[in-house]
Design a protein around this ligand. Structure first.
Ligand SMILES: [Zn+2]
Length: 254
């Protein structure tokens, strides 16, 4: 199944390699946008027999420089299918991905990153409320529905902790991890990434808008109710293409 180099040969191989490429691109986008500092954070996507996840090997250079080869398949027991040539190992926090994907059959992708603005806003006691409307509709909708917080700052490195986090996430698209970061989920990698960017944008706005020491009031419900869902094509696909173009312009494209 794993091709270290050379063209994929079957339809299944092509889809598999496309997923690896998407996860690698997602890692680069999140790092480029400031949500994933240096080597920390990972993205996964469900496969038939387990999941594909950003792993670390002997040549680790950080998320901004993720290559498809850094994205490895892990089976249902959490074991790497193939260590590859660089001694790859799954992330310590693999249970974040494994347990959320188990608990949420409705999603296919999980993002875990450490956006400084989200962590800072939470530590300052600032809840992410729907303080903006058309400025960022997905963020406003997520905040209206409530973005839960996992109150522990631990490394989520066991199945029990992964289940605890999945429980905190519930059926929501995003969860803040206190003193740590966030998880977001999506039916596609692009959706999970887009949601992470929205949570980060809302956290930055919340911090800026509290410049006078007083958190801004949420929008009135009658305004929130007018905000349409602009759909996956706008929210996810266009965002993905913009971010891919931004990576290319910065010299960080795959
Ligand atoms: Zn983490």
């Amino acid at each position: 199944m794993f091709a270290e180099s050379g063209p994929a040969t079957t339809t299944e191989d092509v889809a598999f390699e496309a997923s690896r490429h998407a996860v690698a691109t997602a890692c680069r986008i999140l790092a480029h946008r400031g949500l994933a500092e240096d080597v920390l954070g990972h993205v996964s996507v469900r496969t038939v027999g387990g999941l594909l996840v950003r792993c670390r090997g002997a040549n680790e250079r950080g998320l901004l420089f993720t290559d498809p080869v850094d994205v490895r398949e892990v089976d249902e027991d959490g074991e790497l299918v193939d260590q590859g040539d660089h001694g790859y190992a799954p992330p310590n926090e693999l249970p974040i991905h494994a347990e959320i994907l188990k608990a949420r059959p409705d999603v296919s992708s999980v993002v875990h990153v450490h956006p400084p603005a989200v962590v800072a806003a939470d530590l300052a006691g600032l809840a992410l409320r729907p303080i903006v409307g058309a400025y960022n509709i997905p963020a406003s909708r997520m905040a209206s529905d409530g973005i839960p917080t996992y109150p522990r700052s631990v490394l989520v490195n066991s199945a029990a902790l992964g289940r605890e986090l999945a429980e905190a996430l519930g059926d929501k698209p995003a969860c803040i991890m206190r003193g740590h970061g966030i998880v977001t989920v999506g039916t596609t990698v692009a959706e999970a990434v887009s949601r992470a960017l929205s949570v980060d944008a809302l956290a930055r706005m919340t911090l800026w808008a509290t410049v006078n020491g007083r958190p801004p009031a949420p929008l009135p419900p009658e305004d929130i109710s007018t905000l349409p869902d602009l759909g996956a094509s706008f929210n996810d696909s266009q965002m993905w293409r913009f971010n891919e173009a931004a990576l290319a312009a910065g010299g960080f494209a795959l």
